[in-house]
Ligand binder design. Sequence first.
Ligand SMILES: [Zn+2]
Length: 483
Amino acid sequence: MRSAIPKDVKMSLKVMVNKEKTKVPFAEANSKSAEVILSFLMLPLGEIVRVFEEHYLDKKPVVGSLTPMYRHLTTLRSDYFWTDGGKNMLLNPSNSFMSGPVKHFRCGDMDCKKKSFRNVSIYYDSGTCDCGKPLNRAMGEIEPKPQAGGDGILVEGLHFLVTDDLQLAPYEPGSMMETLVYLGIVVTEGAEQLNVTLGYNEIVDLLKRSLLSKTPLTDVILCVINKNMGYVLEDILLDKIELESTSSKRMTVTALMQKSTNKLLFVKGREDFVDFILSFLTIPLGGVVSLLRGKTCFKGIDNLYKSTSNLIKDKHFITGDAKRRLQEPQLPPYYVSKNQIFSLSEQIVNSIYYYESITDSSDQTIGKGSWMRYKDPKGDQGCYVKPGMFKISDDLTFLKCFFSNSAILSKLKIPPSDVKEMEVQIGLKEGLSILKAALRSTTALADGLVKHITKASVASNSAQSDGLHNKTSNKRPKTKVSP
Ligand SMILES: [Zn+2]
């Protein structure tokens, strides 16, 4: 499996800089450099958070509630999870695109008593043999069916324009001006063209900026320090998500709201709901854009995603599969929990027939074979989190809940008479709301769920869901995100 962003990555661009050296309206890129930007869509959300946590020593960027949830996950005891492997899959989610040989691991015990089952895992030490020992003995590599076009995404030798807000458009030599006009790019007098090579640090910066800024290219290329650090994000238009199909799977949680402030205090839910919110970390960015119908609130990423169907034609992609890997990325094998309510697909592993020849006491060689049985690295239950009752906070952090509601409320110094308890059904629509809020708000549960809890107040505030902002309303303040 290749790493998210290889450390030796290089991207060469010909950038256009305005006369005042304050803006990069566009850059020219070759196929390889365009692929680096497109590959952002294949990064799972948890991997993006992990890269930021590892890369930035101070001023670590906070991606909505995903960063608090991820940091919390690193501190959680293993006994929250069926297996250590499952926890590790959430902390280090693999890139959705597996290339190269796939390693396989079997029982570490050479004298395994459950030999006849021949358990196997494709993740090191993250599955348990039926005998109870870890599957950690390497048994060779299996070459996957070669992909036409290999790891590549785009046909080599093409020319692309990248706009400041990450629209990516191919152009024929000689037709650059037409493409600029088509994209609505105006080049002012005195603009200058410079050759720039971006390395790993700048590419991670570009990824960060593509989530937190409307002008990622300018930010990175000119290292313009945005004086207006932290800016107001657009309103979440949650109710505008049009759903083509409704998933029948639903989860039930209890929301505790404070009556006097109409604030969500916390949510109580079972392992299915916790499993579901944790699974956000495993979804590749392109999959998130697809689930949210192109409206993630990450403008640059939405533009990039749109470019893969509106601007980049089929003939520019190496294969139809390369295009699909960006638009509907599959998760690696065994990543989708049985508690998932989004329609996500995962890669399928090939069946393996294990054959060995044994020489018996009379020097006779006997061949013996059987199908190997893949073990789910998350655990045989097919989900990440062990059963329990959990108290889930606004920023998607959670803990096992051993106390009654009244005990928790007395700790919060809130009289029970000021609290209303409501049962909330979490289906596809509510799940998408929470996902969308988690991308940009550190209070994802309140932002994503409250609208669904208090339907009546949503109706009275309908002006807001139409994008009109009622300044006199006592609506929660807009979330500030520091870049
Ligand atoms: Zn065993």
